[in-house]
Write a protein that binds this ligand. Structure first.
Ligand code: AMP
Ligand code: GLY
Length: 434
């Protein structure tokens, strides 16, 4: 739909956002602030996104059903939240369909999504384009002996990664050589199914991590606010890995000089490398970085935004999000303006007791109306008979602004206390190391 105003022309659009987590609720919240939005649909969404737009009961990887919904609802732009539909080729599906090919999808095609979908692909890419990263060897059943020699020549700890997507569980960091060799055998023998038919063995890097995000139209890029997430379940960043227990933005150690190195050595070579490799990448790139003796190294790429990082990045993005998304779609991202909110943003994730191992669902959530000065982004929730129930490990992200990290955290923690459900758990030390 095009409406021309008397002076400026504004494109008003219907947007379909794919996904159902806290990341998508935060994106929906930001999209809905734009005067360029006509209608927002989310597939499948969650009870939080239902307050902002219209949820469609369609799985994000049910491409045929998405096609029907896009055509029926006159969707002008599709934004992909999670990696799964990207790795499965949702962008290719649209490009190859006569009735969908003119509807832009924000996200890389199947090949570009391999940056996340295959650790071996991403390591080869980084080495080909001289992007700083840990040394590695890719091992399959056919060169397992070489893999063992490679492990023996490394110093502990040993890093073993399943090549493919393994629901965030495919990375092992082990101190013992013999255990690493037996885990290598187990992984190649199918410990993570097809995802570990190839295993990437990496040199261990010691440093402090942060997440950097860009939007790219395939040639140009804009750097979004950086964030640090807290991946472990326990205080002090101890215990099992989770999807992420909280996040802070900005990251003090990602100062201007560090970010200049990140841009020159990592971001620009990545965007240029994708282009020169013939990959037309229009979407988000998530750089998982580590600062080692002041220098940035790439630990991993993701083909999407981070979760829970998005729950702080969206707060710090001052510019119109749809305007930037349009720049990605149209290839004129360089003409767009990106501005950040100067305040600190934090998020604290409320999870189900037991997560990331077994946990119960269906607990009634109360106290949401008592929340003050925070944004509650739903992740694993569902709605039944007018009540909001827990429906996943990560339940909701409580995001707040502050003049300082501590100001913002005290607001999020106060609200985290007010929200109640059986076996609620959250970390009270988010940002402790900054
Ligand atoms: P990835 O899925 O590749 O991001 O790995 C998961 C986590 O394992 C990272 O966030 C790091 O904390 C850790 N990790 C991965 N690779 C390395 C490495 N080469 N050296 C040290 N830590 C690593
Ligand atoms: N928070 C890390 C991730 O989204 O992968």
């Amino acid at each position: 739909m095009y409406f021309c105003g008397s002076f400026y022309s504004t494109i008003i659009m219907n947007i379909l956002l794919l996904g159902s987590g806290g990341r998508e609720h935060a994106m929906a919240w930001k999209i809905a602030q734009s005067p360029k939005l006509s209608k927002l649909y989310i597939a499948p969404g969650n009870p939080g996104t239902a307050q902002i737009g219209t949820n469609l009961p369609i799985a994000a990887d049910n491409f045929d059903a998405l096609k029907d919904a896009v055509l029926k609802n006159n969707i002008n732009l599709v934004v992909v939240g999670p990696e799964d539909p990207l790795v499965k080729g949702v962008v290719n599906f649209f490009a190859e369909d006569a009735s969908l090919k003119n509807i832009p999808v924000i996200g890389p095609d199947k090949m570009g999504a391999q940056l996340e979908g295959s650790k071996d692909f991403s390591k080869q890419f980084m080495f080909r384009h001289n992007i700083p990263t840990a040394g590695y060897l890719s091992v399959t059943a056919s060169n397992i002996d070489e893999g063992i020699v490679f492990l023996r020549n490394l110093k502990a700890p040993y890093v073993l990664k399943a090549d493919g997507l393994a629901a965030g569980k495919g990375v092992l960091i082990l101190n013992d050589l013999d255990e690493s060799i037996s885990e290598l055998n187990a992984m190649l023998g199918g410990k993570f199914g097809a995802a570990s038919k190839t295993v990437v063995i990496e040199e261990f890097l010691s440093g402090i991590e942060c997440s950097v995000f860009v939007m790219t139209d395939g040639k140009n890029y804009k750097i979004l606010p950086e964030a640090k997430d807290y991946k472990r379940i326990g205080e002090g960043d101890k215990g099992l890995n989770t999807g992420g227990m909280g996040a802070v933005s900005p990251v003090p150690f990602a100062d201007a000089s560090f970010m200049r190195k990140v841009e020159e050595r990592i971001i620009k070579p990545t965007v240029d490398g994708l282009y020169s490799d013939g990959i037309r990448y229009k979407g988000f790139i998530f750089f998982g970085l580590i600062k080692v003796n002041g220098e940035p190294y790439t630990i991993e790429y993701n083909a999407r935004m981070g979760d829970p990082e998005t729950e702080v990045v969206m707060l710090r993005l001052k510019s119109d999000f749809i305007d930037l998304l349009e720049g990605v779609a149209e290839g004129n991202l360089n003409d767009k303006i990106i501005e950040f909110d100067e305040r600190v943003a934090v998020t604290v994730m409320l999870v189900s007791g037991g997560y990331p191992e077994t946990f119960e669902k269906g607990k009634i959530i109360t106290g949401l109306n008592a929340v003050e000065d925070s944004f509650v982004f739903h992740a694993g929730t569902t709605q039944k008979d007018g009540e909001i129930l827990t429906n996943g490990g990560r339940v909701m992200a409580i995001s707040s602004y502050g003049k300082s990290k501590d100001d913002a955290l005290s607001i999020s923690f106060a609200n985290a206390q007010k929200i109640k459900y059986e076996k609620k758990y959250f970390r009270t030390d988010i940002g402790f190391d900054l």
